[in-house]
Design a protein around this ligand. Structure first.
Ligand code: FES
Length: 342
């Protein structure tokens, strides 16, 4: 008995015998499927499972992280079909591999951008360089504090790392950053992590949606795309609750003046006074502006409810699942609730 596997990059459907992996069958059929070790250790055969069920034989975390698995990625050399399937190997810019580093850094700037967002800048003192792709995040270890994940707001080639830290009510670590952290303090930075990074090869339109401190990775993605000479339309929306939450507006307006293909808009969800700005929820505002976004890539970062509603709306607007790159920011309290519920 066999299952039929449709490989998006190959014309003919592939028959995979029960118990065989997709890679074994593909190579036997002379399909040029990207691969390396064939034993679940290198990640070269990483693929997106679009439909169907597979069982994965054991593999290393290096080849496929839990985060990648949860987002629908599999290793073709470990994937044994349990039904007919549809799969695509990742194109070159879908695969990134940066060395995982533990950097010794020092605080060189710490400033309040709004009432509850601080911009932290760190210089790398040892164990660099830090290679990452715009949109990724790092684990920050502040002295005497449990580690916390924050996205890089800086671009990969910048010497100083920038992070945006939101003051979380009753948040142990953010309180430490606001009250105790000083210039010159040491911070360990571990990373990079994350799969919601810029796909530079994509030539279609881009939409970048940031909520609150989700501005950090979106800033890095948009700036890296523009610096790389992206010419496609890039629509960026920054959603915040009220006027007091707006920051870096001048910075993005200056970018919009410099790049004709880049537009930037601030959206208030709960304005406290009359305003000329657009008001509402990001998902609705975006749907007012565009009917059909077929062929676009979307990058989203912010509170989970914002990310979920925007991804839902993007799908209605014909953005494919694999073209939505989203990072939902959960607080420690939210994570604990989710764990309790699971
Ligand atoms: S070929 Fe190395 S992980 Fe599949």
């Amino acid at each position: 008995m066999s299952f039929t596997v449709k490989i998006r990059q190959s014309d003919a459907p592939l028959a995979v015998e029960m118990g065989d992996t997709i890679l074994t069958a593909a190579l036997a059929a002379d399909i040029d499927y990207p691969h390396g070790c064939q034993s679940g250790n290198c990640g070269a055969c990483k693929s997106r499972l679009h439909a169907g069920e597979v069982e994965m034989s054991p593999y290393s975390d290096y080849a496929l992280t839990d985060e990648e698995k949860d987002s629908g990625l599999v290793l073709a050399c470990r994937a044994v079909p349990w039904s007919d399937c549809e799969i695509a190997w990742l194109e070159q810019d879908e695969v990134i591999s940066h060395p995982l580093r533990k950097l010794d850094c020092k605080v060189v700037a710490l400033e309040h951008m709004t009432h509850d967002i601080a911009r932290l800048r760190l210089s790398i003192e040892a164990h660099g360089p830090f290679e990452f792709t715009a949109g990724q995040y790092a684990r920050l270890h502040f002295p005497g504090q449990p580690p916390r994940d924050y996205s890089m707001a800086s671009q990969p080639n910048e010497e100083i790392l920038e992070f945006h830290i939101r003051m979380v009510p009753d948040g142990e670590v953010s309180s430490f950053v606001y009250q105790d952290l000083k210039l010159g303090d040491e911070v360990r930075v571990e990373g990079p992590y994350g799969i919601s990074y810029l796909r530079e090869k994509h030539a279609g339109p881009m939409v970048a949606l940031a909520g609150g401190s989700g501005l950090a990775p979106v800033k890095s993605i948009v700036e890296a795309a523009l610096a790389a000479g992206a010419e496609q339309p890039i629509h960026m929306y920054f959603g915040v609750r009220a006027e007091q939450d707006v920051y870096l507006e001048d910075h993005f307006q200056a970018l919009a003046e410099k790049h004709a293909n880049f537009s930037f808009e601030i959206v208030l969800s709960e304005p406290e006074s009359a305003t000329d700005r657009r008001c509402g929820y990001l998902a609705d505002i975006m749907a007012d502006d565009f009917e059909d976004m077929d062929g676009s890539k979307a990058y989203l970062a912010g509170p989970p409810v914002m990310v979920e509603t925007c991804v839902g709306k993007l799908k209605e607007m014909r953005v494919r699942n694999e073209d939505c790159h989203a990072d939902a920011f959960y607080t420690e309290a939210e994570k604990a609730k989710l764990e309790e519920a699971s």
